[in-house]
Design a protein around this ligand. Structure first.
Ligand code: TPP
Ligand code: MG
Length: 597
C-alpha cells in the first residue's frame, strides 16, 4: 500500500515502466521528491541544471529508447522553464509526460506566490491532455491517462499536482459509486496496415513510375530493410529528412543524404527530376525542395493521418506503420528493369561525396568546421549515438556525417531550438551507458546552456559503464548560422551586436571541472583530437577554433538569395573582407555550385 498521494503517483509511474525522471526540485513538488527518495533507488532522479534541460532529456530519452520520457518541475518558475523542451518533444512527436507542482489548493485563485495558471500555460503544449489533480482519488486515472495518451498519440501530456495534495493519504482504489473513475494500466500498440485495395493502388502507381524518388523521415527509423528493398525494386534513390538520418546508412550508393536547406545536391537533383514520389514517415517542412506540383505522382505512408498530403498533393495516402506497410507493399512491387534513373542518382551521389571532401579539406582560418565532421565519420564507433545542436553544426552533421547501421542520431527537428545537443547526449548515456555519445554544438549553444550541463556530466559520468561522452564545440565566436541567414536571406552585413559570441575557454573549463579537454587550432590536429576523445577515460570536450566565413548554406539557392548575398558583401560586412578580392559572381559560383534561378 502506498502511503501518500505522492508515493502512489510515483508507484503508478513505476508500474507503467518508468524508471527515471529528469527533474529539478522546489516547494511545489517536495512531496513528490520525498516519495522519489522513499523508492530507495527503484525510481531514479536525474537533476540537470535547469528545468528546460530536464525536458530536453525526457524528449531525448523518448527519441533514443522509444519509451516515454518523464520530467518533473516545481510550480511557477520551474514549470515555465520546462516549456521549450516540451515543445521540442511535441513538435518531434515524442511521448513525454511532464509532472509539475502547484500551490496549495486553498491558495489557488488568490494571487499567491508562484501561482501561475498552469492548466492554461500547458494547454497548447500538452493539448491532448493536461489535468490539475484536486483530490487523491484522481491520481490513478490521471496518471494512467497521461501515460496512455502520451504513448499512443506520441505527444506531450501534463499532470499538475498541488503541493498540499501530495502529502494526503493515497486513494489507490476510488470508492465504487457514481462519479468515480476506475482506470487500468498498459498500452499495446496496434499493427496498422492500410487496406489491401489501397496498397494495390499505391503499388500500381509506383510500378508505373520511371523515375521514383523516396523521402524517409523519423517514421522510417524502424524500417531500414524494408526501405532498402522497396528502393531496390523501384530503382529509386532515397533522400533523408533530418530526423530520419539514421533510417538508412550512408554507405549505400543510392542514398542521396539530407534534403532541404541543410541538404545535398543529389537530393535536390533527384526531387527536381523524379516523376514519382514515395514519402515515408516524414513531415519534412519545405515544399520547395519537393517536386513541383504536377511534376510527380505521389504516395505517402504515415502512421498519423494528420501528416498526410500536407507538403505535396499525394495521389495515394496510406495510413500505416512504415515497416508493416512496406512489408505488405513489397510483394506487389515489380522490379524495374530499366536501371538508368538509379544509376544516374548513384553517379550524382558518388560525385557529391567528392565535392564534400574537397569542401571539407579546403583551407580555412584556422580550421574548416566541415572538416571536423568529415574526419569524424570514419572514426565513429559502432552503435554510437549522435546529437547535433541547431546552428551551423546541423549543416555539417546533415551532410558530412556518414552514418552506419546500428547508430542513432537526432536533433531538434520541428522546433529547431538551440540548446538540445548537450542534454540529448546526457539522456543518451543514461539510456545506453555502454554506448559512446557525441554532441556537435556551437559556441552560442554552449554559452546558452551547454556549459552549465557540463556540470551535470561532471555530476553523473562515473555511473556510466562506458564513460565516453564527447562534446565537440565549434568555437567560431559567432552565431554563425544566423549570420549567414542575414547575409543570404536579407542581404544584410553581419550585425556584430547581435552575432558576436565572446571567446570562452571551453576545453580548459572542461579540464577545470575534472573532465577532459582537447584543443584543435590547426587542421592537422583534427584526427588526433577525435582519437584522443574516443579513447579517453572520461567525458571530453573538443574545442575547435573554426572559421566563421565558411558558408553553411544549401547546394541550391535562388538567384534572389544570391543577389542579396552579393549585396551584403558590398555593404562592408566585417567578416567578408577576404572575399571581396573576388567578384561577387565568382564567389557565388564557388560557394554554391548548384545555384539556379
Ligand atoms: C532558442 C533559440 N534561439 C535562437 C535561435 C535562432 N538560431 C538558430 S541557429 C543560431 C546560431 C547558433 O549559434 P552557435 O550555437 O554559435 O552555432 P554556429 O551557427 O555559430 O555554429 C541561432 C541564434 C534558435 N533556433 N533557438
Ligand atoms: Mg557559433
Amino acid at each position: 500500500m502506498a502511503a501518500t498521494v505522492s508515493d502512489f503517483l510515483i508507484h503508478r509511474l513505476h508500474e507503467w515502466g518508468v524508471r527515471r525522471i529528469y527533474g529539478y526540485p522546489g516547494d511545489g513538488i517536495n512531496g513528490l521528491m520525498g516519495a522519489m527518495n522513499r523508492t530507495e533507488g527503484k525510481m531514479k532522479l536525474v537533476r540537470a541544471r535547469h528545468e528546460e534541460m530536464c525536458a530536453f532529456m525526457a524528449c531525448a530519452h523518448a527519441k533514443f529508447s522509444g519509451e516515454v520520457g518523464v520530467c518533473m518541475a516545481t510550480s511557477g518558475p520551474g514549470a515555465i522553464h520546462l516549456l521549450n523542451g516540451l515543445y521540442d518533444a511535441k513538435l518531434d512527436h515524442m511521448a513525454v509526460v511532464a509532472i509539475v507542482g502547484q500551490q496549495a489548493r486553498a491558495a489557488l485563485g488568490g494571487q499567491y506566490q508562484q501561482e501561475v495558471d498552469l492548466t492554461t500555460l500547458f494547454k497548447d503544449v500538452a493539448s491532448e491532455y493536461v489535468e490539475l489533480i484536486t483530490v487523491p482519488a484522481q491520481v490513478r486515472h490521471v496518471v494512467d491517462r497521461a501515460m496512455r495518451i502520451a504513448i499512443s498519440k506520441r505527444t506531450v501530456t501534463c499532470i499538475i499536482v498541488p503541493n498540499d495534495l501530495q502529502e494526503l493519504d493515497a486513494v489507490e482504489t476510488p470508492p465504487r459509486k457514481h462519479g468515480t473513475i476506475h482506470s487500468g494500466l498498459g498500452y499495446r500498440p496496434p499493427n496498422v496496415v492500410p487496406m489491401e485495395r489501397d496498397l494495390r493502388a499505391a503499388a500500381e502507381l509506383l510500378n508505373a513510375g520511371e523515375k521514383v524518388a523516396i523521402l524517409v523521415g523519423a517514421g522510417a527509423l524502424g524500417a531500414t530493410d524494408e526501405v532498402i528493398e522497396a528502393a531496390d525494386l523501384l530503382g529509386a534513390g532515397v533522400s533523408k529528412a533530418l530526423l530520419g538520418k539514421a533510417a538508412l546508412p550512408d554507405d549505400l550508393r543510392f542514398v542521396t543524404g539530407s534534403i532541404g536547406l541543410l541538404g545535398t545536391k543529389p537530393s535536390w537533383d533527384m526531387m527536381m527530376g523524379c516523376d514519382t514520389l514515395l514519402m515515408i514517415g516524414s513531415r519534412f517542412p519545405y515544399s520547395e525542395f519537393l517536386p513541383k506540383e504536377g511534376q510527380a505522382r505521389g504516395v505517402q505512408i504515415d502512421i498519423d493521418p494528420a501528416m498526410l498530403s500536407i507538403r505535396y498533393p499525394m495521389e495515394i495516402n496510406l495510413v500505416g506503420d512504415s515497416k508493416a506497410t512496406l512489408r505488405a507493399l513489397i510483394p506487389m512491387l515489380q522490379r524495374k528493369s530499366d536501371r538508368s534513373w538509379r544509376e544516374q542518382i548513384e553517379e550524382g551521389v558518388k560525385h557529391w561525396w567528392r565535392v564534400l571532401e574537397s569542401r571539407a579539406m579546403a583551407e580555412a582560418e584556422p580550421v574548416n568546421p566541415e572538416r571536423m565532421f568529415w574526419e569524424l565519420s570514419p572514426k565513429l564507433p559502432d552503435n554510437c549515438i549522435l546529437a547535433s545542436d541547431s546552428g551551423s553544426a546541423a549543416n555539417w552533421y546533415a551532410r558530412d556525417i556518414r552514418i552506419r547501421r546500428g547508430m542513432m542520431a537526432s536533433l531538434s527537428g520541428g522546433l529547431a531550438t538551440m540548446g538540445p545537443g548537450v542534454p540529448y547526449v546526457i539522456a543518451a548515456k543514461f539510456a545506453f551507458p555502454d554506448r559512446v555519445a557525441i554532441a556537435l554544438v556551437g559556441d552560442g549553444a554552449m554559452q546558452m546552456n551547454g556549459n552549465a550541463e557540463l556540470i551535470t556530466i561532471r555530476d553523473y559520468w562515473k555511473e556510466w559503464s562506458d564513460p565516453r561522452l564527447i562534446i565537440m564545440v565549434l568555437n567560431n565566436r559567432d552565431l554563425n548560422q544566423v549570420t549567414w541567414e542575414q547575409r543570404v536571406m536579407e542581404g544584410d552585413p553581419k550585425y556584430d551586436a547581435s552575432q558576436h559570441v565572446i571567446d570562452f575557454p571551453y576545453a580548459r573549463y572542461a579540464e577545470l571541472i575534472g573532465l577532459k579537454g582537447v584543443m584543435v587550432n590547426r587542421p592537422e590536429q583534427i584526427g588526433s583530437a577525435w582519437d584522443e576523445a574516443l579513447s579517453a577515460d572520461r567525458p571530453c570536450v573538443i574545442e575547435a577554433i573554426t572559421d566563421p566565413e565558411v558558408p553553411p548554406l544549401p547546394p541550391h539557392i535562388t538567384l534572389k538569395q544570391a543577389k542579396a548575398f552579393a549585396e551584403s558583401m558590398l555593404k562592408g560586412d566585417s567578416g567578408t573582407r577576404g572575399m571581396l578580392r573576388e567578384s561577387a559572381r565568382e564567389t557565388m559560383a564557388t560557394l554554391f555550385p548548384g545555384s539556379s534561378d
